[in-house]
Design a protein around this ligand. Structure first.
Ligand code: HEM
Ligand code: HEM
Length: 160
């Protein structure tokens, strides 16, 4: 449990560090664009964590932990869709800023990987919508798989 919280914190610090400190100076517009993206990444990670919360609920043998996490997950799921929508809006602003102001050509690997990530995000949002409408085994797995495919692709975009 502690390890899980620490990994989350370390991951977020790594993204912030990578985004703002290892690069050379860029224009204020780019810094704003990156800030939007970093906030969105933190929100996406909160949603991805639902998988681990549900996993611990399923696997745990301690009744107390099961009950506490079940209550916590119910509260968190109230914010699941608003979090997804806010993060997507921030990523759209990030994309518009990068396409308008970044000196790289649109065919650059950084921009192409970003466009790929945003396309996968739209399929992922669709899978979430399907999942909420009717929860069949296929839809559950589809939303879960898409969550991790999306995670992989946005990580490639960030660290490439
Ligand atoms: C789900 C989609 C996306 C996520 C989560 C995301 C996230 C991020 C993050 C956290 C950074 C800062 C890391 C770094 O500087 O290397 C970044 C940089 C960047 N993103 Fe995205 N992004 C996404 C989509 C896009 C799209 C659609 C474009 C549009 C072309 C784009 C273009 C860029 C560019 C050019 C940079 C480099 C900025 C620089 O450091 O000079 N991104 N992105
Ligand atoms: C970026 C956005 C999103 C991410 C990263 C994400 C991720 C996840 C993850 C990892 C789970 C747990 C899956 C499991 O253990 O089976 C989940 C559950 C779920 N998601 Fe998403 N999701 C996102 C957006 C959405 C959207 C937009 C919707 C609906 C419109 C949605 C609806 C649901 C529903 C209904 C569940 C099941 C909750 C339950 O079992 O009580 N998700 N999501």
């Amino acid at each position: 449990m502690k390890g899980w919280l620490i990994s989350n914190a370390l991951f977020i610090l790594l993204v912030i560090f990578w985004s703002f400190w290892h690069r050379e100076y860029s224009s204020p517009a780019i810094v704003v664009g990156k800030t939007f993206a970093v906030i969105a990444v933190i929100l996406f990670i909160i949603n991805v964590n639902m998988y681990f919360i549900f996993l611990i609920i399923r696997k745990s043998k301690t009744k107390g932990i099961k009950k506490t996490l079940a209550l916590f997950s119910r509260k968190m799921m109230k914010f699941h869709v608003p979090i997804a929508i806010t993060a997507t809006a921030l990523i759209c602003i990030h994309a518009i800023i990068m396409i308008s102001f970044h000196p790289l050509e649109i065919i650059d690997i950084k921009k192409l990987s970003g466009i790929l990530a945003i396309l996968i995000l739209s399929v992922h949002l669709f899978s979430g919508w399907l999942r909420r409408k009717k929860a069949s085994g296929f839809r559950r797995l589809f939303h879960l798989r898409m969550a991790f495919i999306f995670l992989t692709f946005f990580l490639i975009h960030i660290f490439i």
